[in-house]
Design a binder for this molecule. Structure first.
Ligand code: GDP
Ligand code: MN
Length: 389
């Protein structure tokens, strides 16, 4: 689960990590008053969406007067902000964060995540702050320093070494050590799966400040943090993923054209591979899991179809606990209620497969059946090509 920058900054402040003073704004009428209340002449008006790269997309403006701040707020609030992380449709800006400007000396990068290969949480720091870290990793991997840490957070010796590697201003070294250690402690205490400060800055006023913050939480640990649940912003989440999770289903949006209903993550992966092998791309994946009823399967099927980029649907089920006849009943029920105007290929195997196949046949629906995964993928990719002509 992701949260907004300003929410992350409020959480970081509780761990004694310095963040700029700021105010959340949803009403343009408040901007001038907030400008006056904040200290100094310079403020930064920042779009709050769950995606990075806002600066380049026009969602972050440094303003030197109240008029400039009002102008920036008017331009940003309500805009459809497009960044490399939002996709081409962009994301609507529903709130702003206006904060005091910082007198930046240097910009660093600090990120905390779990390194699965090392089986450990790691802190990554770099002198290349403000840049896209993926780009740094690709072009200058030697500029990213990594350090593992354990349940107590980053140890002092490692932190001191990193500060020397970064050539931090001598007067700021001990503050920099503190902030790195506090970031790792916050990461652990909040059960984050990602915490990124880009940029982490040193200032001419001799402060070390988290100027930006991206934070997301391990969804499997959310039960330990009921207070974090309140930070959820459903406007930022994929509406279909949200609806699916409300029905106990997992749904993932992708960029292709074939809607996929499967059971189990492994079968989802295999289905994706075979679709790609036949030259197409999945539009989404809906995993009906093991315990779904006919009604949930119908809901699931309707969700897959509701994605406008779906040009064809592939149902690929290996019935174990999930029985093939339940799947068939769900698909038939769904198609009875909503119009099926794209080709549908169904491949069923496993428990009650004969009953399921018979139900589909007798339903009279224009269903293309397949007996194995390869045939199913071939049939759906051919079907969408034929439709397109
Ligand atoms: P992002 O583009 O979504 O990562 O948003 P950021 O919060 O990182 O802001 C983008 C850029 O704006 C930063 O990399 C900084 O260079 C700049 N910026 C943000 N706040 C300040 C500030 O207080 N003073 C100055 N001078 N620049 C700022
Ligand atoms: Mn940033």
């Amino acid at each position: 689960m992701k949260i907004h920058e300003f929410q992350a900054k409020q959480l970081l402040a509780k761990f004694n990590i310095t963040v700029p003073h700021g105010v959340e704004v949803t009403d343009l009428a408040d901007v001038r008053r907030i400008y006056d209340e904040l200290e100094g002449d310079i403020v930064v008006v920042k779009a709050q969406i769950h995606a990075g790269g806002r600066g380049k997309g026009g969602g972050v403006k440094v303003c030197k007067s109240a008029d400039e701040a009002v102008e920036a707020a008017e331009a940003i609030l309500g805009m459809q902000l497009i960044t490399h992380q939002t996709g081409p449709a962009g994301q609507k800006v529903r709130r702003l964060w206006i904060e005091e400007g910082s007198n930046i000396e240097r910009e660093f990068y600090a990120g905390v995540t779990v390194d699965r290969k090392k089986r450990s949480p790691v802190l990554m720091v770099s002198t290349e702050g403000g840049m896209d870290i993926e780009e740094v990793a690709a072009n200058n991997p030697e500029k990213i320093h990594r350090a593992k840490f354990d349940k107590d957070g980053l140890d002092g010796v490692t932190a001191n070494q990193l500060v020397l590697d970064m050539k931090v201003h001598p007067e700021l070294q001990s503050d920099f050590v503190d902030i790195m250690q506090r970031l790792t402690k916050a990461f652990l205490a909040l059960d984050c799966d990602m915490l990124e400060i880009n940029p982490l800055v040193t200032t001419h006023d001799l402060d070390v400040i988290a100027l930006d913050a991206k934070m997301s939480f391990d969804s499997n640990a959310m039960f330990r943090h009921p207070e974090l649940e309140e930070l959820r912003d459903i406007h930022e989440e994929d509406p279909r993923e949200l609806e699916a999770s409300g029905h106990g289903l997992s749904y993932i949006s992708l960029d292709g054209s074939i809607g996929c209903m499967v059971n189990g993550a492994g079968l989802a992966m295999a289905t994706m591979d075979v679709i790609k092998l036949h030259g197409a791309e999945p539009a989404n994946f809906l995993d009906v899991g093991g315990g779904a009823t006919k009604e949930t399967v119908a809901k699931a099927f309707a969700l897959v179809l509701s994605d406008p980029s779906v040009k064809g649907v592939l149902v690929n089920i290996f019935g174990g606990i999930m029985k093939c006849d339940v799947i068939a009943a769900g698909v038939i029920a769904a198609v009875g209620e909503i119009e099926l105007n794209v080709p549908l290929v169904v491949r069923l195997e496993g428990t009650n497969v004969e009953i399921g196949k018979k139900m589909l046949e007798e339903s009279g629906l224009p269903i293309i059946t397949a007996s194995d995964l390869d045939e199913a993928a071939m049939k759906i990719t051919t079907a969408i090509k034929t439709e397109a002509v």
